[in-house]
Design a protein around this ligand. Structure first.
Ligand SMILES: [Zn+2]
Length: 396
């Protein structure tokens, strides 16, 4: 394994426009437009943000979605996506799309998985059929999917993991990262990313993000980040956290991972979605987030509001004529009462999933926009305190 700096030059189409402490406001340019950070990416695992139509998604206006190579590869299959003009055209979404490589799903969903040096063999959670993911074919799958930000196949470990288990997974992830970079450069031989103005880039290529692993071990996180920082990645994921470790273990592991990464590159914490965690991680210099939380919680009747979480089926809401969150400007809050939403949920009406998902996704997107403004105005710490004082004040 090489310890030298990779000589392939990469232009990172990411501009930091403001900083407040370690928190950054930036813009990431993909071939489908500008993505303002910090950003929350709604999850469209199966080419759909669950229960939301394209028109509803357009109104919410997320600049980037997350989709998933494992799921799309198994169903509908990358050939169908390619013949449909790629995932954007398939689902009629015009913004940017990041695809998770599938490493996490192989670990969490597959009935059987066997990690070898070549790649990971797994059985589909849908029909039990056998498949092999390698660092190379995962790049090719993402090329067919047509996403804008590709990620490398990595090895996720169980939580808790011993140092030996974490180190073994980390070393495999590093060797796979080198192979993924080689395959990316074969697939995208010409870098067509140019800086046009001080904070503006033009990007015609998909971008490649490496994944920093290392479980909860700070020294491993640091080493992994140093290793990845030497490779020609456009951005960096922090993977394998928010998987059940103690809260107190997460922040030091992230801080250790962030510190060696290049300043002018986006940092993406995979799978983190609670408002309080996102504020804490932006404070440490993380720029991108995704989670199924807003849509999954919506389907369970839970709304995120400025005054904390709210369970819509609860008796006090049966005749509550106020909106879910008076501070919210989403379609659901502009239009409907808690009484109506409570009724829909209790009656098992599908519309309840849609209306609560609309609100929850809007809530997180708006929180990120407010966070970005606070960074630009140099009052991030104050904005964080104000948000959390209210948000954590009660659970209703
Ligand atoms: Zn709302």
């Amino acid at each position: 394994m090489t310890e030298q700096t990779d000589t392939r030059h990469v232009t990172r189409p990411f501009a930091i426009t403001a900083k407040d402490g370690k928190a950054r406001a930036g813009i990431l340019y993909t071939r489908h437009g500008a993505v303002k950070t910090p950003i929350f990416m709604p999850v469209a695992t199966q080419a759909s943000v669950k229960s939301l139509s394209g028109a509803q998604l357009d109104e919410l206006g997320p600049e980037c979605l997350l989709s998933n190579t494992y799921h799309l590869y198994l169903r509908p299959g990358t050939e169908i996506l390619e013949q449909s003009g790629g995932l954007h055209n398939f689902m009629k979404y015009k913004g940017s799309i990041l695809t998770d490589s599938g490493g996490f799903q192989v670990y969490s969903l597959s009935q059987l998985r066997k990690i070898k040096e070549e790649g990971v063999f797994f059985k589909s959670h849908i029909d039990g059929s056998g498949h092999m993911f390698t660092p190379e074919n995962v790049i090719r799958h993402q090329s067919k999917i047509g996403s804008d930000i590709w990620t490398c196949l990595d090895v996720c470990v169980e939580n808790p993991a011993t140092r030996a288990e974490a180190l073994k997974a980390l070393k495999t992830t590093q060797r796979w990262a080198l192979r993924a970079v080689d395959e990316y450069w074969k697939t995208v031989p010409e870098q067509q990313i140019t800086q046009t103005e001080e904070h503006t880039f033009e990007t015609r290529n998909p971008l490649l993000f490496g994944i920093v692993q290392g479980s909860i071990y700070e020294d491993m996180r640091r080493e992994a980040a140093e290793f990845h920082a030497r490779l020609p990645f456009h951005g960096f994921c922090i993977g394998g956290l928010a998987v059940g470790e103690e809260k107190a273990q997460m922040a030091p592991a992230v801080a250790a991972a962030v510190e060696p990464l290049p300043e002018q590159a986006p940092r993406y914490f995979m799978g983190l979605g609670t408002p309080e965690d996102i504020w804490n991680m932006v404070e440490l210099g993380v720029d991108m987030f995704d989670c199924v939380l807003p849509t999954r919680n919506a389907r369970n009747g839970q709304a995120l509001t400025s005054r904390g979480k709210l369970q819509i089926k609860n008796a006090p809401y049966r005749n509550d004529q106020r909106p879910l969150d008076p501070a919210c400007n989403c379609y659901t809050c502009r239009t409907h009462t808690k009484a109506y939403l409570c009724h829909l949920f209790r009656a098992n009406e599908l519309l309840s999933h849609t209306l609560l998902s609309l609100h929850n996704v809007h809530f997180l997107l708006e929180m990120m926009r407010n966070m970005r403004t606070a960074i630009e105005q140099g009052r991030f710490a104050q904005a964080k305190r104000e948000f959390l004082d209210l948000y954590l004040s009660q659970t209703v």
